[in-house]
Design a protein. Sequence first.
Length: 359
Amino acid sequence: MRTIVVGAGIIGALTAFRLAEAGAEVTVIEAGIPAAAASGASFGWVNASFYLNREHFDLRAAGVEAHRRVADQLNSRATRWTGCLCWEEQGASFDRQFSDLKALGYDVRQVDRAEFQRLEPAVSAPERALLFGQEAVVDLPVLASDALKAAMGFGARLLTGVQVTGLEATSGSIRGVRWPGGLIEAEHVVLATGTGTESLLADVGVPLPMLDRPGGIMRTQPLPPMVSHVLATPGQELRQEPDGRFLAPTSAAHQSDATEKITQSPEVLADQAAARVSDLLQREVVWSEVNLASRPVPQDGLPAMGACGPDGLYVVTMHSGATLAPLAAELVSAEVTEKELSNMQTKLIAPYRPQRFTS
């Protein structure tokens, strides 16, 4: 069963791994460098504390657990279970967030100022915060590299510098993908193409409208170890990497950021983010790098995954891939290789079929 995975970001890399593990003949096609687009400009926060509805919470919670499985299987050091301290919401909104997550069975508890100072002594402590004990951070390029190496260990092949320009179908079945040099044939094609998904699916008459959601990630110069958790504050999200650099979105509310166009200079955005981080840490931090990328967000803000269009064509695109990629890879690869999903897997994937965009 020859299968092409288009895109070698975190979703494509993990999907290729799961497909190859299951015995598929896999070729991964990437136009650039693996995990260098949205995956390379990700904050890398693995969580289910941000969600849009109950079904989305269940999916994200299952995604967190899928991270544990894949990290153990790949023996990857890309994921660190840091936990998160969150006081992004205030007043009644804080209370509601706590009670809602508690009712969902999430690992959450309140910490007061004194406990916060014990947990993060270098940070200006709020009156209270929520501690999400089972959340993590992930270096997506490292995890993608680990997944591709494992996939190639199962016989998968990787083509880089190859731009897929369209899809080829005959008599209602996929034949493969087009590139400037012709046709690369396959019985199954999985599109893990992020923001390029809409135009490729339009080639075979499948609607999947995407939002414009550009974003930026700032990295500072290295500092001594100061912060051990993800911090989600009213004005800034940040975390510290093992090499001492702080990682922070350039937007003040990254999780719910609905910016459609970046109009300020990336340098100005980085200066502003660095100033917010400096205030929080009560010491000056200096940024050294900013990565901009467009996040792949379907029109309703929810993931899209599953079969669509000609027989043999599958799509898997979403934000946030940092949380959902390991689970999405399990679900989509199982369907491609015609394995029966469990009742729980069927329930998890059901709301996210791409057919919901068909008028």
